[in-house]
Design a binder for this molecule. Structure first.
Ligand code: S3P
Length: 216
């Protein structure tokens, strides 16, 4: 996708003409149409996966969407923590980031067996192409996007993320976001969360999921 893709939006939900509102959504394979485009591959979309940088609201929106769809909700970080009995920070500190990524990859491999599940993923998970490819076999992959400033605003007072605990976190966000952007942009749907509440984001996700399913 290129920047212009962000202007492709589904009309019923589009608020990009309202004041101070950023382009809302991008749908892959949208062609020249401004109307939504069904996911027209052979995937059976039994799950919904949320990817995106730290602080983009995957967990909050994901829980709301799961509730609405009567789906299970699964958070990869939470599952890793409950399985290992350690926090993400403890895993990073004791075993290093590579060990954490290995746990993520193992978990993603198991997710294909899930049905009717909203999967909120850790921010770095889709930067492993194997993970992204795996999610795409069974889930509509929706990326929640936010600008570096907005991300900083949301995470600056939180302390549970090992990658953002140093004083240079603001520039770290820019650096990581730039490195990961090519992966995030491989999502089926990209939603700008900058000026939207979790409820509004959830509404967008639901609409996209239902539409994608209707095209199968
Ligand atoms: C990470 C994001 C975190 C968590 C870990 C690493 C990342 O998840 O997986 O701290 O690399 O972006 P959230 O995106 O849920 O904060």
């Amino acid at each position: 996708m290129v920047a212009a893709d962000l202007d492709r939006c589904r009309k019923p939900l589009c608020r990009r003409h309202s004041q101070n509102t950023p382009p809302i959504i991008s749908v892959r394979h949208a062609g020249k149409s401004v109307t939504p485009w069904p996911v027209n591959d052979t995937r059976h979309l039994v799950n919904l996966a949320l990817i995106g940088f730290m602080g983009t609201g995957k967990s909050s929106a994901g829980r709301l969407v799961a509730e609405q769809l009567h789906f299970d909700y699964l958070d990869t970080d939470e599952l890793i923590q409950s399985r290992t009995g350690r926090t993400i920070t403890e895993i990073f500190d004791a075993d290093g980031e590579a060990a954490f990524r290995k746990l993520e990859r193992q978990l993603v491999g198991e997710l294909a067996a899930r049905k009717r599940t909203v999967i909120a993923t850790g921010g770095g998970l889709p930067a492993d192409p194997v993970n992204l490819a795996s999610l795409k076999t069974h889930a509509l992959v929706v990326c929640l996007w936010a600008s570096p400033d907005k991300i900083w605003e949301r995470v600056r007072n939180q302390t549970h993320r090992p990658l953002l605990r140093d004083p240079g976190s603001q520039s770290k966000i820019r650096e990581l976001l730039a490195a990961r952007e090519p992966f995030y942009r491989q999502a089926d749907v990209l939603i700008n969360t900058d000026l939207r509440s979790a409820r509004e984001v959830a509404q967008q996700i639901l609409y996209q999921f239902k539409f994608a399913q209707s095209g199968q």
